[in-house]
Design a protein around this ligand. Sequence first.
Ligand SMILES: *Cc1c(COP(=O)(O)O)cnc(C)c1O
Length: 403
Amino acid sequence: MSFDQLEAALEERRSAHLYRRRRLLQSPQGPEVVVDGVAGLAFCSNDYLGLANHPALQRAMIEGVERFGVGGGASHLVMGHTTAHHALEEALAEWTGRPRALLFSTGYMANMGSINALLDKQDAVFEDRLNHASLLDGGLLSGARFQRYLHNDVDSLTQRLGRTDARRKLVVTDGVFSMDGDIADLPGLSAATREAGGWLMVDDAHGFGCLGQQGGGCVEHFGLGIDEVPVLMGTLGKAFGTAGAFVAGSETLIETLIQFARSYIYTTSMPPAVAWATLASLKLVREESWRRDKLNQLIAQFRRGAAELGFELMDSPTPIQPIVIGEADQALGISQALEQQGIYVTAIRPPTVPVGSSRLRVTLTATHSEEQVNRLLEALNQARGALSHGAISQGATSQGARS
Ligand SMILES: *Cc1c(COP(=O)(O)O)cnc(C)c1O
């Protein structure tokens, strides 16, 4: 059997301008990067607080290696659960105001594992239609009756909850939507879920660190406790600048995950030095609120400037500031025109976002400067001009890059 069928699928993706190519990052993460040998200014990382290359985290990681070695060596349930992991779990529980927290190696695994530990085919899962792929995949794999409700729409959820006779009902939402930047109506979703006797699970990968006085994310922003959001998930590879993820909740929830979450049980623990570095990161996330203030200033500056230029922005108060373009080739074209001016902004295309809503996903970080945001705005203005004069669509077709 040959791979011709696979070649055909690749070709189809290429001709739809949906082909992905990886860029080679040759510098640490930060506003100024070197990509494929070219220095430029990046607006596409999730390193929102600028911690991924912070000296305090570098030192903590090195100290972690000296104390705990490099590899986790075994799964948490065998012999891989170190004092570094344990200390981080306790700190995350305290910070989130939950009795316990459990570390996972990645956010993808946390979502797959948690949803599958909580549900089986007697149950139902309700997901926002714009949820992150890992939440959708987790729901589908669980075998529970799977329903999507309209984006951030409490009525749409309520109707669906009213029609189910499932044993357990799990409502799952992003806290901050990863490709749109808007914040879920957690008070409304929580009330509807509790009314129906269900549980609300919030994945706050993009809210933790950015929202709330202490960076406690959407739940701190809205002041919601464990009764309102019993399953709270966060990732450590974004604002925390390290890697991994956690779920926080009750004693019963965490024990259930330890017993039944397969992506927790059947995998090696994250390198303990990563947990150690994340402890240092949590301290900065909590204490250095100037990073959030700075971020909010840059967000306001970008939104003002983009609106003045006539760009249509989404309803996003977060560092995720997408500019919806529409067709995939056009989004790629603008991304490429920006790159010619030394600015990296990723074009996000289907299936990551719905067909016809390809966009430039601009992300801001606390380490950008005002001057850099002004450079981005100028470059956007120029790139749009180049596109409307048809100067760049050809290049986009032949070299289409990125996710
Ligand atoms: C990034 C992301 C994840 C996955 O987290 P990783 O640690 O990168 O695997 C899960 N959910 C959302 C909403 C995300 O944005």
